[in-house]
Design a protein around this ligand. Structure first.
Ligand SMILES: O=C(O)C(=O)C[C@H](O)[C@H](O)COP(=O)(O)O
Length: 213
């Protein structure tokens, strides 16, 4: 297994949930990340979907260095270096074009490439990736898909994300090939926007306490 995948597995093993965060105001980012870490969720994915997302990653890297910050919504090779330069310690993609897979395979930063089909998972495995994001997890087949792929491809590990919440997470976490799940339910945009860190801490503590399989 590649060293990068070992890093990802160790990071994922630290908590059952990776909160997926969309941040408009980078000034909130460090306190948000520190809140999540204190509540038991040390790995945070910041999506590159807002104009200031890279600034948010930079703010977390400097202001909450105890957090492991992953850059999400990476869809083109040029974003890999930008995210790494901002201080991201890992890359997450929603799906993986051949060009993006090439760039991720050569990058000096751990990457969890996204897939939604068995063929996509096999193509990524051929390129050396063994820790994958299943996205969008619920729409792609959910826990039944994960149980199905565990037979023919037992060495792959997944972080399913997309359409998962506190109620559905346990069924995913019970799958032997799931290392953790990702989702936005811990950090709803409305709570992030108003800086309601107490409410976010409550959701994060519940997520951190979810049983693993
Ligand atoms: O764009 C990316 O790289 C992503 O990571 C997409 C997120 O995983 C989903 O947006 C999760 O959203 P929920 O279904 O609300 O949990």
């Amino acid at each position: 297994m590649r060293a990068h995948d070992t890093f990802l597995l160790e990071a994922a093993a630290r908590a059952p949930v990776i909160p997926v965060v969309t941040i408009e105001d980078p000034h909130l980012a460090a306190e948000l990340a520190a809140t999540l870490v204190a509540a038991g969720l040390p790995v945070v994915e910041v999506t590159l979907r807002t104009p200031r997302a890279l600034d948010a990653i930079r703010a977390i890297a400097h202001g909450a260095p105890e957090a492991i910050v992953l850059a999400g919504t990476i869809v083109s090779p040029s974003q890999i270096g930008e995210a790494a330069d901002a201080g991201a310690t890992g890359i997450v993609t929603p799906g993986t074009s051949p060009r993006l897979a090439d760039a991720l395979a050569e990058a000096q930063i751990p990457a969890m490439p996204g897939c939604a089909t068995v063929s996509e998972a096999m193509a990524l495995h051929e390129r050396g990736f063994s820790v994958l994001k299943l996205f969008p997890a619920a729409a792609s087949g959910g826990p039944a898909w994960l149980k199905g792929i565990a037979g023919p491809l037992p060495s792959l590990r997944f972080c399913p994300t997309g359409g998962i919440d506190a109620q559905s997470a346990p069924a995913y976490l019970a799958c032997p090939n799931v290392v953790c799940v990702g989702g936005t339910w811990v950090t709803p945009n409305a709570l992030v926007a108003k800086g309601d860190f107490a409410a976010i801490a409550r959701l994060a503590r519940e997520a951190a306490a979810l049983p693993r399989g």
